[in-house]
Design a protein around this ligand. Structure first.
Ligand SMILES: [Zn+2]
Length: 335
């Protein structure tokens, strides 16, 4: 039997990219969901894949996106919470602000999709003990906001380098964009947060075992713009290493994996946006074919429920969740 693995897509809209990047014009909430969603759904249908879409509440709340967002749940995909305003500094929010943020998101998602989310991924992988506390309070089953990586400073530098007009205050907010919780020390395997009396299953976004470099589709597609051969062998290595180390792969997609600069000219400066859509889809197709050959690919909720049946490592989310991972030495290979 093939080992289980999960696939999800963070449905970051055009405005969310522009907002994080500090570009003018995001306030009118420009959207590409009408172009992107049908393309993604067709692609998944052709491969018989049912996955989890992490959707931003603000998008679901707008009439102009209702049709596209509704199509996702109608096609049988799971709907997850990706916050309301897509601000990658959720760890700076108070408990009250988070409660309001989540309630608004759940309302908007439920109205358009008929699903109440039980899973959460923070924008920009932002997470805090308070976020976990509010998730537990609202009876979420799982969180998947951790990205165990050593390259957070590089990702951050990329944003700063590309946004010369950002104010010091805006920079400060974005400083903690990635790499909260000393992510490089975190497990690649699922674990269990203990939050008071409640528990929450954590499914980390998988990075390359041992090296902890990203392996999500956008990154592999980006590598393919330099060398297709290298990108393919990097991906194959990742799959092999996950198998060898018993890592339950959780692979992440983004809308930009399905779009080119022609579809969203404002985002032309993003990596691999100069690649024609056909080339991207062809490469993505290869990635997913080998992924499905090696793993039984399910949505995040199924993955989290399977993981919860195992004897997972327990981590405390309250009183010093930020310190807990640091108190351990760097994990052994693949952990
Ligand atoms: Zn996002």
């Amino acid at each position: 039997m093939k080992p289980i693995a999960s696939l999800s897509l963070d449905l970051d809209n055009k405005w969310a990219y522009m907002k994080t990047h500090g570009d003018a014009g995001w306030e009118s909430l420009p959207s590409y969901l009408d172009v992107c969603v049908p393309r993604v759904l067709r692609f998944l249908r052709e491969r018989d894949l049912q996955i989890t879409f992490f959707i931003v509440g603000q998008d679901a709340a707008l009439d102009k996106n209702a049709e596209a967002v509704g199509q996702i749940s109608a096609a049988g995909h799971e709907i997850g919470n990706h916050s309301f305003r897509h601000e990658p500094w959720l760890h700076l929010y108070s408990k009250e602000e988070l409660t309001e943020e989540f309630a608004k998101t759940e309302d908007a998602l439920e109205k358009v999709t008929g699903q109440k989310p039980v899973g959460f991924r923070g924008p920009g992988y932002s997470l805090s003990p308070t976020v976990l506390e509010v998730l537990a309070q609202r009876n979420y089953e799982y969180d998947c906001s951790t990205l165990p990586t050593y390259i957070a400073p590089l990702a951050r530098a990329y944003y700063f380098f590309k946004s010369p007009e950002m104010s010091p205050e805006e920079r400060e907010k974005r400083k903690k964009l990635f790499g909260k919780f000393a992510d490089g020390f975190q497990s690649l395997k699922p674990y269990r947060w203990q939050i008071g009396e409640k528990t929450l299953t954590e499914i980390p976004v998988t990075t390359l075992p041992l090296f902890k470099t990203p392996i999500h589709a956008s990154y592999v597609i980006y590598l393919s713009t330099f060398s297709k051969l290298a990108a393919r062998s990097y991906w194959r290595t990742a799959l092999e290493m996950c198998k060898l180390t018993g890592t339950q792969l959780s692979l992440l997609l983004h809308p930009l994996d399905f779009l080119s600069g022609e579809d969203a000219s404002e985002l032309k400066f993003f990596p691999a946006m100069n690649l024609p859509v056909e080339k991207k889809l062809e490469f993505l197709s290869d990635i997913l074919e080998s992924f499905q050959n090696k793993f039984a690919v399910v949505n995040m909720q199924k993955h989290a429920r399977e993981a919860a049946k195992q004897n997972l490592k327990v981590r405390r989310a309250s009183n010093g969740a930020e310190r807990a991972p640091l108190s351990k030495p760097p994990a052994v290979a693949g952990n």
